[in-house]
Each structure stands twice: as structure tokens, then as C-alpha cells.
Design a protein around this ligand. Structure first.
Ligand SMILES: [Zn+2]
Length: 319
């Protein structure tokens, strides 16, 4: 599906797109414009339209001001991270400032981590998809809470981790590699209400964060996954489908082609154990390799990922 352009061709198209967008394109990097162009098969009007809708959406929901954790502001993390320069390794904790909804969502998640980088210098996001309590997520959380949480995670990824990786790689990094481990997956996860949550998230990603996926590996996929895949596939752009590899138990060699062994957790065939951190590479309340997180009175019951005062202070948040 990918349409390849020579540097000269893409330069000319980017110039045309900048002209059509006017002054608002000044702060946008070429790489950012390319994300939208690729998503729209290099249609200038299509990319312009999508960028304008994204700007409207960001304005309406104040996404530019969304607070993100940095090494300096010490805001609580929304999920565990390992192996970046500008911000220390950490886990999700019931820390002051984090909302109760983030803790409730994570209580039913199998465990996730933004874990080091692939051979291109892109961050790797790992999720223990097979241990998600899909029915409970649909029952005890709302689409709004899950969507807000996802936006908070996206902003952190783009504004903190991608920037960090770009500095290390000395080039613009605006893609991530994703590994979904299906170990533990069963028929109980074929739950339509839960799949609708997934749809809300994938729609937002495709509309407002296009072309940020480098590759997505689904490993240890059971044969029953074929059924779910047929449903999910219909929601995705063809360009996204091309980047998804569904692998059974024989995935190690494939992953090691793209990821250095020292950056790949040992449970996925690599050498990393993150022994210095509680829960190792990918902490999981479901697997009980970390204690359950219990919300405290300082974890406000709001649908945003951080407490109201922090959301209102936005990016001007200082400790
Ligand atoms: Zn690790």
C-alpha cells in the first residue's frame, strides 16, 4: 500500500501543502506533515483537511496544554517506562496528582510498558494483551475515561519520549514499535463492548495521530484470534494493516530482526529483565508481579488522567 516518493517529489508536495495550510504550518516539522500525507496517500487536499480537523480537535480539547510527566516536573507516570535519558525509569503508582480513573483502568489491564528502543531508535510499547480483563474494562470504566487516558499516554509518548529518542538517534523519531503479547488470551476476551473501546481508541489514533506506528507485532496469538482480527481489521486503514504482523509462538527471530536482544524482555525471547525495577520489564497487577494499586484520597475521581488542578495548570505545571 505504501506509496514511495523521491526526496524531490516529496519536497514539492510538502511545499504545496505548506502553501495551502498558510501560516499555521510554520511550527510544523516536515516529518509531521509527512505523517498526514502518507496517511492520505499523498493527497494534498486530504492531508490539509485532516491537519485542520486535528488542529480543531486539539484546540477544542486543549490537547496542546495537556500536562505530561517530564524529568523536571516529576508528575506521576501514566504507565511504566524503561530506558530513556531525560526521565528516570518508573512504574505507575497511586501517587498524588494521578486520577482514580487511571488506577481503575489499569486494575483491569494485563500490564504495559514503554520499554527501550528498537534498532531504528524508535520507542517500543509492550502490552500483555492476553491478560486484559476485557469484560471488567467495559463494565467498570467509561469510553470517555479510557479515551482520555489514551490521549494522555499519546501526548507523553509524542512530546517526551519521541523527543528523547530523537535526541539519542540524532534524527526525528516519530514512530513507535508495538508488541502485543497474547499469552493468556481466551474466548472471554471476545467481548464486543470491550472491542468498541478499542475502536474508539484506534479511531482517535488514525484521525489525530496518523502514521505513528512503525510496526505492530501480535505474538503468541491463539487461533481464536483470527475471529477478533476479522472484526478489528475492518476499522483500520489499509496502511495500518500492512504494518501488523500476527505471529504464533514462533516469533523470536522476527522480533530480534528489529529489536536488539538487550532491549527485548526475556519473556519475549530477549535478554532484558529490568531486575532493578519492581515488576521487571512489564509490570502486571494481573500476574501479581507488582502489588495491586489502591486509589487514595489524593487520587481524584475525574475522567481525566490527572487531578483537576493539574489538568488546569496544564503544561505550565511546575512542582
Ligand atoms: Zn527490560
Amino acid at each position: 500500500m505504501a506509496i514511495h516518493k523521491t526526496a524531490q517529489e516529496s519536497d514539492a508536495i510538502i511545499k504545496e501543502l505548506r502553501l495551502k495550510l498558510g501560516p499555521k504550518s510554520k511550527t510544523m516539522k516536515d516529518e509531521y506533515l509527512i505523517q498526514f500525507l502518507v496517511a492520505r496517500s499523498w493527497s494534498v487536499s486530504g492531508a490539509k483537511n485532516q491537519i485542520e480537523k486535528t488542529l480543531e480537535w486539539r484546540e477544542k480539547h486543549k490537547v496542546n496544554e495537556h500536562p505530561v510527566a517530564t524529568g523536571e516536573n516529576k508528575l506521576p507516570l501514566l504507565y511504566p517506562i524503561r530506558g530513556y535519558n531525560s526521565i528516570p525509569d518508573g512504574n505507575l503508582e497511586a501517587a498524588p496528582g494521578l486520577s482514580e480513573s487511571v488506577l481503575r483502568i489499569n486494575k483491569y489491564m494485563g500490564g504495559s510498558c514503554l520499554h527501550k528502543t528498537d534498532k531504528n531508535g524508535c520507542p517500543i510499547y509492550i502490552e500483555r494483551l492476553g491478560y486484559h480483563a476485557a469484560k471488567e474494562i467495559a463494565k467498570y470504566t467509561t469510553v470517555e475515561e479510557v479515551s482520555n487516558y489514551h490521549i494522555g499516554c499519546n501526548e507523553f509518548l509524542n512530546r517526551v519520549i519521541m523527543e528523547d529518542c530523537s535526541r539519542v538517534a540524532n534524527k526525528t523519531i516519530n514512530h513507535e514499535t508495538v508488541i502485543f503479547d497474547c499469552t493468556g488470551m481466551g474466548w472471554h476476551q471476545l467481548h464486543m463492548p470491550a472491542l468498541h473501546y478499542l475502536r474508539a481508541i484506534s479511531d482517535a489514533d488514525q484521525n489525530y495521530y496518523p502514521e505513528t506506528l512503525s510496526r505492530l507485532f501480535l505474538v503468541n496469538a491463539p487461533s481464536s484470534f483470527v475471529f477478533v482480527w476479522k472484526i478489528v481489521k475492518a476499522w483500520l486503514d489499509p496502511g495500518t494493516i500492512d504494518k501488523i504482523k500476527i505471529l504464533g509462538s514462533d516469533y523470536k527471530e522476527e522480533l530480534l530482526q528489529y529489536i536488539p536482544a538487550e532491549n527485548l524482555p526475556s519473556f519475549l525471547g530477549g535478554e532484558c529483565t529490568c531486575a532493578h525495577m519492581p515488576g521487571g520489564c512489564v509490570p502486571s497487577q494481573m500476574l501479581k508481579n507488582i502489588p495491586s494499586l489502591v486509589p487514595q484520597s489524593h487520587n481524584e475521581k475525574v475522567s481525566t488522567p490527572y487531578n483537576t488542578d493539574i489538568m488546569q495548570k496544564g503544561t505550565s505545571y511546575e512542582d
